[in-house]
Design a protein around this ligand. Structure first.
Ligand code: HEC
Length: 209
């Protein structure tokens, strides 16, 4: 046997062993190389390995647990993230509670009492304009005259600058964006509360021009 042959054989055997080690499928995630890079020591919210022995073979900790164990002994079911307390009310990043106006005529009337938390500063109006152009312009038109491209095909889009709508409050606009009205569908899932108020400011500006 030549040296060359032995070399080639050794390389082939090593390569085959590597490839076999990589085989994954079914419940077998395959071998991991450098497992410490996959399994953080910290609690992870999205994985839950309850087997205290898991990863004992690579453990670098001296707490008697495997490297992969990442359940939380103190929480129910070993969960790391906990569910919010029942009846918890979500607040957004600004600390605002969700809009609780009801989607009916009384709710629309009561919306008039709402006060826009934003001032008509150039920055807010610029953001309102951008949001209006993304979400409203195709129906209501660039100047709010109800002449967007969609309105060409589907009549009935309101002219926001017409006498009937010119006088509506910003709260009214906020409510209409949230729930829609008549032919107009809800845009509540497209724009959040902050964005609705910015759009309302911009619509008011369109109406006074
Ligand atoms: C798909 C087309 C469409 C889009 C997009 C749209 N609207 Fe409308 N909007 C309508 C139609 C149609 C009406 C008339 C509804 C009716 O009276 O039946 C209307 C009515 C309104 C009214 C008048 C409500 C009233 O009191 O009569 C306001 C205010 C309004 N829209 C604001 C907006 C704003 C702000 C946006 C963007 C977030 C927007 N709309 C997006 C179609 C649209």
């Amino acid at each position: 046997m030549s040296i060359r042959f032995i070399q080639v054989s050794l390389v082939s055997v090593a390569t085959a062993a590597l490839l076999v080690g990589c085989k994954a499928g079914g419940d077998n995630p395959g071998r991991e190389y450098a497992p410490n890079m996959y399994h953080s020591v910290a609690y992870e919210p999205l994985t839950q390995i309850k087997d205290k022995e898991a990863g004992m073979w690579v453990s670098s900790l001296d707490n008697g647990r495997g490297e992969y164990y990442n359940s939380n002994d103190y929480n129910p079911y070993g969960m790391n993230m906990r569910l919010p307390v029942p009846n918890t009310v979500r607040r957004n990043a600004n600390g605002w509670l969700p809009y609780r106006g009801v989607n009916d005529t009384t709710g629309l009337r009561l919306a008039n009492k709402l006060v826009n938390p934003y001032e008509a500063t150039p920055a807010i109006l610029a953001q309102g304009k951008m949001l209006y152009e993304i979400n409203c312009k195709h129906c209501h038109g660039a100047k709010g005259a109800g002449d967007g491209l969609v309105a060409d095909k589907y009549p009935g889009v309101a002219n926001l600058t017409g006498d009937a709508i010119k006088g509506v409050s910003e709260g009214h606009i906020f409510h209409v964006i949230t729930y829609g009205k008549g032919l107009m569908g809800s845009h509540g899932s497209q724009v959040n509360d902050e964005e609705r108020w910015k759009i309302a400011k911009y619509v008011k500006q369109l109406q006074t021009n």
